[in-house]
Design a protein around this ligand. Sequence first.
Ligand code: GLA
Length: 383
Amino acid sequence: MKKQVKTAAVLFLLACVSMTSCDTSKKENNNNMIEKVSFGKLPDGQETELYTLKNAAGMEVKISNFGGTVVSWTAPNKKGEFEDVILGCDSVAGYVKGVPYFGALIGRYGNRIANGKFTLEGKAYSLAQNNGVNALHGGLKGFDKVLWTATPIEGEEPSLKLTYTAKDGEEGYPGNLSVEVVYTLQKDNSLKIDYKATTDKTTVINLTNHTYFNLNGNLDSDILSHEVTLNADKFLPVDKTLIPTGELKPVAGNVFDFLKSKKISAGINDTTDTQIKFGGGYDHCWVLTDSTKTLKSAATVYEPTSGRVLEVLTTEPAIQFYTGNFLDGTIKGKNGIIYKHRSGLCLETQHYPDSPNQAAFPSTVLKPNETYQTTTVYKFSVK
Ligand code: GLA
C-alpha cells in the first residue's frame, strides 16, 4: 500500500515537472501565444478586442471580435520582408464610423437580394433595402457590425474561434441562427476560415469574408497591376443594380476571362462592355468550373513588384471578385493612409447572389437539423 502511494507521488511529481517544462517552452516560443489587446470601446461602452495570431514563419494576422474583422495581415515579399497587405482601420472607431466591410465577416446573407424580398416555404420576408432597392451583406447591422464571442486556441497553428447567435427575425431573416467561424493561421502562411451554422427554422445563409487585399504592401497604391487568375469558365451578368439576370455566361472572348493570368488593368476600364459599366469595374460573381464541394483552387493573384502570390481555395461554388470601385479617397485607414479608388481587391467566396429568388441557382436554404459548413483558405507565397 505504502509502495503504491510512493509510486503515485513520484508519478505526480514527474507529471508536474513535465507540465512546467511544457509551460516554459510555450512562454519562450512566442509564436504559440495569442496576444489580446483592447481595440477600443463601442458607442454603447462595450469593450472590443484585437487578437494576434502568429506562425513560426513570421506571419501575423490581427483579428477583432467586432465583426470578426481581419484588421491587419503581414506577408513576406520576395526579399523576405513582411508588410501589411490588407486595408483596415487603427481602432474599432473607424469601423463604427463606417467602412465598406473592410476585413469583416459577412452574413447572414453575403451579397445582394433583389428588392430586399424573398419567399421561403410560402412565407414572404422583407429585409432592409440598404443598397439602392436591394439588400446587401446581411442588412443594416449585419455580422460585420456585431460583437462576436472570441475563444483563442493556442498552438503551432493558432486559431480564433468566433461565435454569434442571430435572433429569429434579426435583420428580417427567419430562425435563430448559431454561427461559428474559426480562423486558423497555418504553418504554410495560409489563413483557413471554417464557417459553420445551424438554425431552428428554415432560413437562407451565405457567409463570406470581405478582406481587401493589396499585395504590393504599399497600401497607398492601386491594385491595377495585380495579375489575376480565376478558375471559372462562367460568370453571372447583372442588371444595373448588380442583381444577376439569371444567365450563366461563358467568360470566353470577353473581359471576364481570367482563366489565364491577366493584369486587372487590361479590361477594367472597357466601358464598351455593359457589365463593366454596371459594376464600375469588376464587381461580379464568377462560377467556378469545378462545382464540387471539395476544397479547390478558385483564384490566384500575383503582384510583380513584391513577388507576392495569393491563392484562394474554397469549398464554395462561386467567388465575387470586386476591385474596390467604390473606394473614392474619403476613407483614412491604418497609419493615416488614404484609401484611393481601387486600392484593394476582394475575393469573396460564396454562393450566387440573389439565390433566394432564383430557383435555378444552387440552394442557399438551411433547414433545422442541417449543418451549414464551408471552408476557404487564403494562402500566401512568393514567385
Ligand atoms: C461587395 C459588393 C460591392 C460593394 C462592396 C462594398 O463586394 O459586391 O458592390 O458593395 O461589397 O463596398
